[in-house]
Design a protein around this ligand. Structure first.
Ligand code: 6R9
Length: 667
């Protein structure tokens, strides 16, 4: 590993007002949360409304050991509540009706609006009544394929209000993927928009939905109805003439315009009281084998966990303005655009567009415009913005920022430091939040104003989360060391099952190491007990007996001034077992040449060790990324061995990259 990393202490001003302000206080609360979860989470539950309370002895029950019976996780059994009621009615009743729930910023900078808590509640009730009128009942699944418009949270909360289970498919997936997911979850209705703008690109969402409904038909599932938001055809500044000729295909008796349905709908709807373990939503996540898994989250535990992690990890205070750039179609958006902020009566920004439209400073202009206090994004976004240098952020006042979040992949120290210095002016805490669709919310993360920060480390577990490292044989790795990252007991926000396939849930997460939830990630624990998540276990490689993670090498490669992005995969090697094959994207105005290749080899030798010297460094004009920004290393491994059988690449944002990379292979 690189020499001991520098430790960055939180700004004293931030510490003095933080909910958890010293590391000693963190340790004390952490111990309580592990030893007496019912006390810790019971205190958090008190702020919410329960139609029926649960008996203290039923607060928490689980089995993590498959040899003792089916895996089961239950929080607050016997309690009943409604999450929408807690997010909206409760806040309105507490005097926050006129507070802004969402500032909405459209793709075009002149397109914006806002919603107060009171107005949001009315819209949600109206749409809940629309769903009811279409026969949607408690337990039914509702598919959603929408751009980042305000109708998206309205639709989700309307489902929650009547006890329907929303199943969102990110509006960048293909029609086949949407059709397969709707079939898997047996969705009765699909909610979408006619189209959406991303930068200057027009997306024909309804066309994709039509093809998806057809795909579902082929697979034997009928989607009964489709409700469509007229987004393109309402006036969009800057594009008054841009959508000329835009057509939204229509099927009479199956398709309904959102605005027509809402017109006469009552703005009041009595909430459905749900049991604590009734399903709230499902969200598909790709598996390393087989079709995507419908990760299922339930009501009470998810509410507690979304609320607590949002408040504490972002240190959200009244009057703050929070902005998470993630699309709501991912777990980060579910928990930190919707449920977490609203559970706290918070004000957030929802942004429809991209960081590059109309210019590369768009994120920073939004931070400035809404006086954002907490900003939350992904390393891949940061790296793509960093390419343009320090000047775009310098055009704006970023002085309101207090906390900067990172999520989705290990953050390379280069990006971390840029975030810390150029965006945070060395005054903000950086929270590198590790979590998964499955975990529902942050599980390993620093706390702002409290945890000393190390660039690239997610540091310590959140309350109630008990991480452990295990070796291949399942033995615990104590102290400093590396291994499989597992969790030894449940926290309220974790998934409960794979929809309609509990067995797959058990084999995927609980069979490798009986008694533990297995994340599928590797991690290292350093002398201070900080965790360094090293990436998916299948991204680990072993060169001449040295275990290393691809992300470790990528971090070093991206330290080079001329490198924008790097992706490393393992290639079989006759002597070393495996060797490193690296894909390098230089900065916009830098070129890829022999000099760069040899400098990078030296850099890796110097920073990690001679054993880690890459065997191949190839030029990559772009990397094969999924639409959520994750590099598809499976494809890169095929390119490394010149195997054209790359498998399914339909979830890539740009499939043509694959061909380019084959063409660029050095001999
Ligand atoms: C939230 C989200 C989960 C996988 C996870 C891990 C990687 C996420 C990370 C991180 C290192 C972090 N991951 N956050 N790795 N540091 N802060 O991204 O959910 O899409 O289900 O992906 O992402 O590999 O296992 P999801």
């Amino acid at each position: 590993m690189p020499s001991e990393p520098q430790v960055y202490k939180p700004d004293p001003k931030l510490s003095s007002s933080a909910y958890v302000s010293t590391i000693e206080q963190y340790h004390e609360l952490y111990k309580q949360s592990i030893d007496t979860p019912e006390v810790f989470w019971g205190n958090i539950a008190k702020q919410f409304y329960w139609e029926q309370q649960c008996e203290p002895k039923n607060f928490f029950n689980y089995n993590f050991d498959i040899s003792k019976g089916p895996i089961s996780i239950k929080w607050m059994e016997g309690a009943t509540t409604n999450i929408c009621y807690n997010l909206l009615d409760r806040n309105v009743k507490n005097g926050h009706g006129d507070s802004i729930a969402y500032y909405w910023e459209g793709n075009h900078p002149d397109d914006s609006s806002r919603l107060t808590y009171r107005k949001l509640l009315q819209e949600v009730c109206r749409f809940a009544n629309v769903l009811k009128a279409h026969g949607i009942k408690k337990g039914d699944r509702v598919a959603i394929y929408m751009p980042m418009t305000l109708e998206l949270p309205i639709a989700m909360l309307a489902c929650a209000r009547i006890g329907a289970v929303h199943s969102i498919v990110f509006a960048g997936f293909s029609s086949d993927s949407l059709g397969e997911r709707m079939t898997d979850c047996q969705a009765k209705v699909l909610i979408t928009a006619d189209g959406a703008w991303r930068g200057e690109k027009l997306l024909h969402l309804k066309k994709i939905c039509d093809a998806a409904i057809e795909k579902a038909d082929e697979l034997g599932h009928k989607v009964e109805c489709c409700i469509v938001v007229s987004h393109i055809n309402r006036s969009t500044p800057g594009f008054e003439n841009g959508a000329d000729g835009f057509e939204c295909p229509w099927t009479e008796d199956r398709d309904f315009w959102w605005h027509d349905e809402m017109e006469d709908s009552e703005p009041a709807c009595y909430p459905e009281w749900m049991s604590a373990e009734d399903p709230l939503f499902m969200l598909y996540t790709s598996g390393s084998t087989g079709k995507p898994k419908g990760v299922l989250h339930t009501t009470a535990g998810y509410l507690l966990y979304a609320a607590a992690t949002f408040k504490i990890v972002f240190d959200y205070k009244p009057n703050d303005v929070f902005w998470c750039t993630a699309d709501i179609g991912w777990i980060t958006g579910h928990t930190y655009v919707l449920y977490g902020p609203l559970a706290n009566g918070a004000t957030s920004v929802i942004f429809e567009g991209t960081p590059f439209y109309p210019d590369n400073d768009r994120y920073w202009s939004i931070v400035d415009k809404y006086k954002v206090t907490q900003f939350y994004t992904a390393p891949t976004a940061l790296r793509s913005i960093m390419k343009f240098g320090d000047e775009p952020p310098k055009r704006h006042d970023l002085g309101t920022l207090k906390v900067l979040g990172s999520v989705g992949e290990p953050i390379n120290p280069e990006a971390w430091l840029w975030y810390y210095r150029v965006i945070g002016k060395e005054k903000c805490s950086i929270v590198d939040t590790f979590f998964q669709t499955e975990t529902g919310g942050h599980v390993i993360t620093p706390l702002p104003g409290c945890t000393p920060m190390k660039p690239g480390s997610a540091t310590y577990p959140f309350f109630g989360v008990k991480p452990m490292l295990l070796d291949e044989g399942g033995a615990e790795v104590h102290g400093e060391g590396e291994g499989y990252l597992v969790f030894a007991q449940p926290w309220p926000g974790m998934m409960r099952t794979v929809f309609n396939n509990h067995e797959r849930f058990e084999t995927t997460y609980f069979s490798k190491f009986p008694g533990y939830y297995c994340t599928g990630d590797g991690a290292r624990r350093d002398a201070d007990g900080c965790y360094w998540v090293t990436g998916r276990v299948d991204d680990m490689l072993n060169v001449s007996g040295h275990l290393m993670s691809t992300s470790e090498v990528e971090s070093v490669l991206t330290e080079h001034k001329r490198v924008s992005e790097a992706a490393v995969v393992s290639r079989p090697h006759p002597l070393k077992g495996e060797c490193l094959y690296c894909f390098i994207t230089p900065n916009q105005n830098d070129k890829f040449d022999e000099k760069l290749v040899s400098e990078l080899k030296v850099l890796v030798r110097e920073r990690i060790g001679p054993f880690a010297q890459p065997d191949v460094i190839q030029h990559a004009p772009g990397l094969p990324k999924t639409r959520s920004g994750k590099i598809m290393r499976r494809v890169l491994r095929k390119i490394a061995v010149n195997d054209r059988d790359v498998g399914d690449t339909t979830t890539l944002a740009d499939e043509s990259i694959v061909e380019q990379l084959f063409a660029n292979r050095p001999n």
